[in-house]
Design a protein around this ligand. Structure first.
Ligand code: GAR
Length: 204
């Protein structure tokens, strides 16, 4: 079976990218292979993780682009150059337009650090999600992998996992627990599920 070619889009530390790289090594991710890592931020540590794993990298920064169109055109050029068939958003912090998400319908997945539909949508990213969960006082939170469409965090849910909130948690402690117990497990599993489907569709 021909493996699905995966591009991972990142902006920061890249621990979710690392989970995907490790899953590929361990055979958890076996129907897909990471062929490219695109960072929205120059110098992101995720780029070093990719280089250490021998994966080609590119930087496409919204800030350095004259417009959203030019930014997305630069991403598309990289994706097409690598023949990417599945796009995994792993802590990618730039907004993608409806034009972009339509072009890659059912081909973009994202990891979000809460149980959607709680603490998601515009303005909820990174540590802010965990601050909001603690402010609200929920006792259970978690992570969600979903398809990406034009609605922020609004696409079809693929996998979710719950994580306990403990008394006295700081946002950083909660973030770490959600990553360890949910994100790093879910994202490789979801990437495998979707890669297997795409690979099967290729008929090989
Ligand atoms: C992760 O917690 C991811 O779920 C979150 O950013 C972090 C990136 O960490 N993504 C979002 O909030 C998207 N709305 P990483 O760079 O170490 O993978």
């Amino acid at each position: 079976m021909l493996k699905t070619k995966i591009a991972v889009l990142v902006s920061g530390g890249g621990t979710n990218l690392q989970a995907l790289i490790d899953a590929q090594k361990d055979g958890v991710l076996r129907s897909g292979e990471i062929v490219l890592v695109i960072s929205g931020v120059e110098g992101a540590y995720a780029l070093t993780r990719a280089e250490n794993a021998g994966i080609p990298t590119a930087v496409c920064s919204r800030r350095d682009s004259v417009s959203q169109e030019a930014f997305e055109a630069s991403i598309c050029r990289e994706l097409e150059g690598a023949c990417a068939e599945l796009i995994v958003l792993a802590g990618f912090m730039s907004i993608l337009s409806e034009d972009f998400t339509r072009k890659y319908e059912n081909r973009i997945i994202n990891i979000h650090p809460s149980l959607i539909p709680s603490f998601c949508g515009k303005g909820f990213y990174g540590l802010r999600v965990h601050e909001a969960a603690l402010d609200y006082g929920v006792k259970v939170t978690g992570a969600t992998v979903h398809f990406v469409n034009e609605i922020p965090d609004g696409g079809e849910i693929i996998l979710q996992k719950a994580v306990e909130v403990l008394p006295g948690d700081t946002p950083e402690e909660l973030q770490r627990r959600v990553m360890e117990q949910a994100e790093w497990v879910l994202l490789p599993k979801a990437a495998e599920l979707v890669s297997a489907k795409i690979a099967a569709g290729k008929g090989e």
